[in-house]
Write a protein that binds this ligand. Structure first.
Ligand SMILES: [Zn+2]
Ligand SMILES: [Zn+2]
Length: 300
């Protein structure tokens, strides 16, 4: 197998593009693709202040690295929810090497010293739903309060198509409306959100991370038992083997189709924190109250 560009020995074959690359030309291809995704959906520019939601896993670490390498001003944000062991020292060192800042937030500060798994147990709710809602709220709040223009996450093509398939199978139109590579700012207290890795697969990101010595941890959360998303990924991987390019086509055509246009829901401001919500109080503030109540009852 030879590189499409220079005829050196190829290290990767990308069936969806019918192309093989040596390490140098794979890195070039990867970076061009990230840049093209950013431009295609007008996500942000070289002068925008970008905040990367970092988990320590390969996707978010690669995203942070590649944005910095491409000349974007990207800082990292890590939220400790208490589900994984965060290696703060190595993350800080990584940030320093890239000339970026790392912001750190511990959710215990907001919930009477409790972590997400402890809150879930106390309120008898699923850990993943608590975790998702707490993260979404804090990422937006921190990005806004620190003057960032856009919050970016490391979702890749495999994540996106498995989510798409799952939500199409049950016609979750609400979720489908919000599944865009770029969500512009629609409210003064909501930051824009972007996913610059949506045109790249897990395999491509993993290869890029290894070639560039990007440090990362296994990102599997011990609480995530999302077997259905793994099943969808395996169905899509099988399709991809017999029909290369299926994932990309499925994703891009969905974005083009505009089938599920976002009808703007009326947003109010939370009576406690002022952040946008569809009800009187936002779910974050309600959760904080319920934690306080439940702890108070334990003491009685
Ligand atoms: Zn080459
Ligand atoms: Zn609130």
């Amino acid at each position: 197998m030879k590189c499409k560009k220079c005829s050196d020995v190829a290290i990767i074959h990308l069936r969806q593009h019918n192309a093989s690359y040596c390490s140098k030309h794979f890195v070039d291809y990867f970076e061009r693709r990230v840049e093209n995704t950013i431009n295609e959906y007008s996500m942000f520019g070289k002068n925008s202040r970008v905040l990367v939601a970092v988990s320590g896993g390969k996707d978010s670490m690669t995203l942070w690295y590649v944005l910095t390498k491409l000349g974007y001003k990207a800082d990292g944000l890590i939220i400790d929810v208490g589900t994984t062991n965060i290696q703060l020292d190595s993350l800080s060192e990584f940030a320093k090497k890239m000339g970026s800042q790392l912001k750190f937030v511990d959710i215990k500060e907001f919930f009477e010293g409790l972590t997400v798994p402890q809150i879930a147990r106390l309120l008898k709710r699923p850990t993943c739903s608590i975790c998702g809602s707490v993260r979404r709220y804090l990422m937006n709040k921190i990005a806004l309060e620190n003057g960032y223009d856009v919050l970016v996450t490391g979702h890749n093509l495999d994540d996106e198509v498995s989510f798409l398939l799952g939500n199409l199978l049950s016609w979750n139109t609400g979720y489908l409306q919000r599944q865009a590579p770029f969500m512009p700012k629609t409210h003064q207290k909501l930051v824009a959100k972007a996913k610059p890795l949506v045109w790249l697969t897990e395999k491509e990101i993993y290869t890029y991370a290894l070639l560039n010595n990007i440090p990362f941890q296994d990102e599997k959360c011990p609480f995530s038992k999302d077997a259905s998303s793994l099943r969808y990924k395996s169905v899509l991987n099988n399709l991809e083997v017999s029909q290369p390019g299926t994932k990309l086509r499925f994703y891009k055509q969905f974005q083009r189709s505009q089938l599920f246009k976002n009808d703007n829901v009326e947003l109010k401001e939370c009576c406690l924190c002022g952040y946008p919500t569809t009800s009187e109080k936002c779910s974050f503030c309600r959760m904080r109250e319920r934690v306080k109540d439940a702890l108070g009852k334990q003491k009685d």
